[in-house]
Each structure stands twice: as C-alpha cells, then as structure tokens.
Write a protein of this length. Sequence first.
Length: 292
Amino acid sequence: MTATVSAGAEAGPRTILITGCSSGIGAASARLLRGRNWRVFPAARKPEDVEALAAQGFEAVLIDYERPETIHAGLDSVLAKTGGRLDALFNNGAYAVPCAVEDLPVEALRALFQANFFGWHDLTRQVIPVMRGQGAGRIVQCSSILGFIAMKYRGAYTASKFALEAYSDTLRQELHGTGIHVSLIEPGPIDTRFTENALANFHHWIGKEGMMASPHRATYERRLKRMENGEPGPWKLPPESVVEKLVHAIEASRPRARYRVTKPTIWMNIARRFLTTRALDRVLMKAADGEE
C-alpha cells in the first residue's frame, strides 16, 4: 500500500477520526492506519464496541450518527486529546433496509437518513472549522456503487448514497482553495456484516406481517433465504481493499475526487456512460433478479 505523501506529513503523527469501527471497513482502516504514522481515533456507536477498541489500545470514542449529542461529545473528546487538531475525517458506517420502496415506512427512511446522511453532515460541519483554522485537512466519505446506480429493493440505501454523492461534490467545490480536500470512496461488494445488519433491519421494519401483506412477498422470501445463507458472492473483496484507497485519499499530495473499489463498481461506472437509461435498467434488473 503506497501513496505520494503530502509535504510535511512526516513531521509527526497525523490525526484521523474514523466512524463505524466496530467491524468491517472501519475496523480495518483503524488497524492499518495505526501502523502508518497516524494517531487513530476510532468511533463506534455502542459502548461495548468502544470498550473493545480501547482494549486493543485505541483511543476510541462513542459516536452514534443517530444521537447528535454523541457526535458533539465524541469530536470534543478527540480535539481535547490532540490540542484542537484533526488532519482527517473518514465518515464510514451505514446500513440498509432491503425492501421495495412502496413497503418502506416513512419512519424507517427517516432513521436511515439520520444514520447514513444527516449525522455525517453534522460531524462534517463541526470538523470543517477545525480544518479551516489549520489551513489543511482531508474529508473522506465512504459511499457505494449504489451512490451512482440504483437497484431494486435497495431504494432507501441508494437514496442516502445518492444524496451523499451530491453533497460531497458540492462540498468539494465550496472548499476549493482552503487546503481541505474532499474525496468519495465508492466500494462495490465488500465482505463485511452489511448483509447481516440489513437482514436484521428488514425484520425490524417490515417483519413477517409486512412481508405477508406485500405484493413483493415471493421476492422477499427468495431474497431473505439467500441473505440468511450469507453467500459471499463472486466479486466480494476484503475491507482492506477500501483502506488502500483511503490511504491515497488522506496521504497523497493530489487526492482524487473519487475512488472506485471492486470490478462491479468499475463496470457499472462505464455502463452508465454508454447505455441508455432503458438499457441500463434492464442490466440492473437482471443483476438483481440473479441474486434472488
């Protein structure tokens, strides 16, 4: 894992706050960056996960995007330990409610947007003045292949990631010339607990009663069975593949606006440029049907 390190980066440990570190991409990021002259502050939303990270020697903090008070307190705790400096923020950690849009309760969409988008904005907005005062900083957002293409039964998650993409593009333009760089990482299928958590969210928000009453019942039954089997899929990569892009985004002198991870992400980016909307819909619906 290599990157062209920006000037002055080796002067001392750089500081980074990473959210969603209980497992998956966040945990791998915290672990690998600790060995690259970074002082890592991993955050998790459950106290027991924060304790587990602390037991591994991390300066862990509690941040739950769905609880604004933890965002403020968590960042204040980090800044108190760093003398008010923060070199990088990696917004990470989101979930899905895998169901048809017509079955999606408004409350579920509201909660998901708080966790996947509004909480990210809250934390980012508090970090920007710190980085402005330093004259430098890196803000990296963990988006998704579903941040630029839409697929069936992923409407809530896709909507939040499309919003994040537009938000980050706007932020990048507005911060031009400040020394603060904004990057998006767009992973495709990554081997994490994402499917496991999505399954739990389906049962919480839709449940057996909602599934039985839905016109999508037969599809749900097939999809749930597949999700329960936990099939890895042919294109899944480990979380470390995302960290490789993160390293470039926070260490390179010229970070990219976007980093695409996994072959499906690269292929779909090409497909959306050359296919008509109708043709792309056919490709995406066929891909979704093949998963059932």
